[in-house]
Design a protein around this ligand. Structure first.
Ligand SMILES: [Zn+2]
Length: 331
C-alpha cells in the first residue's frame, strides 16, 4: 500500500514538473512575440520620423484652380466652387478666322465671371474698362444692382449660368443651378427664372457645368430657350467632353468657346503670362476670349497689363467677337 502511494506521489511530481516546463516554454514564446511586436512598432515609428515625415513637409503642391466668388459683403453664403485640375487649353496654332488685314488689330474679349457676390471688387472691375464683359450669377446679393449699373455705364452683361459639375453635390454651383436630375419642364423653368433676374443680357456662359455640359438632351433644352431669346452662348469649357458646340449648332445659336482661363492660379506672374498668351492667341486666330474672376490679384494684373494689350489688340465686348466669328463663318 505504501509503495502504491509512493508511485502515485512520484507520478504527481513528474506531472507537476512537466506542467512547470510547459508554463516556462509558453512564457518564453510570449516574451519573444512581445519583443517582435515592439521591434516592428519601433521600426514603424522610426520610418515615419525619418522617411515619411521629411517627404510630407516638402514644398506644398500648387493650389488647385478654384472658381469662387469672394464674398466680402457677408450678406449671403458664398457659392461653392469647382476645381479645375487640368484647365483645358487648346494649342495656339489654330487659325479659326481668316487672316486679318495688316492695318487692323485682332480683337480680344475678357469676361469677368462670378459677378454678384462682392460689391467692392465687382465695382473695381466695372470702373476699369467699359469694354470688359460681365457675367452675372443669378441670385447673388449684388447681382441685380450690378446689372443696373452695367447697363447705365453701357457695359455688356451675360448670365453666368450655374450648371451641375461632376463633383456635385460635394461642390455646389449655388442658387439657380441646372441639374441633370431635373425634368425638362423644371430645367427650362429654372433657366428662365435665372434669365428673368436681369434685363439687357446679351448672352450666357456656364458657371461650372463639367457634368451637365456633357449631356446632349439637357444642352438641347438650354439652347432651345437661348434661341428664342436671341442670346449667344460662350462655352467656358470646364470639361473636354462638352457637347455645347454641337447643341448650339442644332439650334443655330451664336456660339464661341473660351480660349484662355486667365487666373486659375492666383499668382501675379501666372496671370500676366496668361494675358500675354491671350494676346498671342488673338494674333493667331484674329480674336481671343479670356475668362477671369473678381480676385484682387486679377484686378491688379489686368489693370497694369491693359495698356500693353491695347497696343496689340482691340478690347471688345464678347458680342463683337461672336459677330466676327459669324461673319467669318458666313464668308
Ligand atoms: Zn463661374
Amino acid at each position: 500500500m505504501a509503495k502504491k502511494i509512493k508511485v502515485k506521489f512520484k507520478g504527481q511530481k513528474e506531472k507537476k514538473l512537466k506542467k512547470q516546463n510547459l508554463t516556462r516554454q509558453l512564457l518564453k514564446i510570449a516574451s519573444s512575440v512581445t519583443l517582435l511586436i515592439l521591434l516592428v512598432a519601433g521600426a514603424g515609428v522610426l520610418g515615419y520620423i525619418f522617411i515619411l515625415k521629411p517627404l510630407k513637409s516638402g514644398p506644398e503642391p500648387k493650389p488647385a484652380t478654384i472658381e469662387r466668388p469672394a464674398d466680402k459683403t457677408k450678406t449671403h453664403s458664398k457659392p461653392d466652387y469647382e476645381i479645375f485640375q487640368n484647365p483645358i487649353e487648346e494649342p495656339l496654332a489654330l487659325t479659326k478666322l481668316k487672316p486679318i488685314p495688316i492695318d487692323l488689330l485682332p480683337i480680344i474679349a475678357i469676361i469677368i465671371d462670378d459677378i454678384g457676390y462682392d460689391r467692392h471688387l465687382d465695382y473695381q472691375f466695372i470702373n476699369l474698362d467699359k469694354n470688359l464683359t460681365f457675367s452675372l450669377l443669378p441670385f447673388g446679393p449684388v447681382s441685380r444692382e450690378f446689372s443696373k449699373l452695367a447697363r447705365a455705364k453701357g457695359c455688356e452683361t451675360m448670365l453666368h449660368l450655374p450648371m451641375e459639375p461632376v463633383e456635385y453635390p460635394k461642390i455646389n454651383p449655388g442658387p439657380g443651378t441646372l441639374l441633370s436630375s431635373m425634368q425638362p419642364d423644371s430645367l427650362i423653368a429654372q433657366l428662365q427664372a435665372n434669365l428673368d433676374q436681369f434685363q439687357g443680357l446679351k448672352g450666357v456662359n456656364n458657371h461650372m457645368g463639367s457634368h451637365l455640359s456633357t449631356l446632349p438632351e439637357q444642352m438641347r433644352q438650354i439652347f432651345s430657350v437661348l434661341k428664342k431669346q436671341n442670346l449667344f452662348y460662350i462655352d467656358s469649357r470646364t470639361t473636354a467632353q462638352t457637347v455645347a458646340k454641337a447643341s448650339a449648332g442644332l439650334f443655330d445659336v451664336p456660339f464661341a468657346e473660351r480660349d484662355i482661363f486667365i487666373d486659375h492660379f492666383q499668382d501675379p506672374s501666372f496671370i500676366k503670362s496668361q494675358l500675354k498668351k491671350l494676346v498671342k492667341c488673338a494674333q493667331l486666330q484674329g480674336y481671343a476670349i479670356g475668362i477671369a474672376h473678381p480676385h484682387p490679384v486679377t484686378y491688379k494684373q489686368i489693370k497694369s497689363y491693359l495698356p500693353r494689350l491695347k497696343e496689340k489688340a482691340d478690347l471688345v465686348p464678347a458680342s463683337q467677337v461672336i459677330r466676327a466669328i459669324m461673319d467669318a463663318d458666313a464668308n
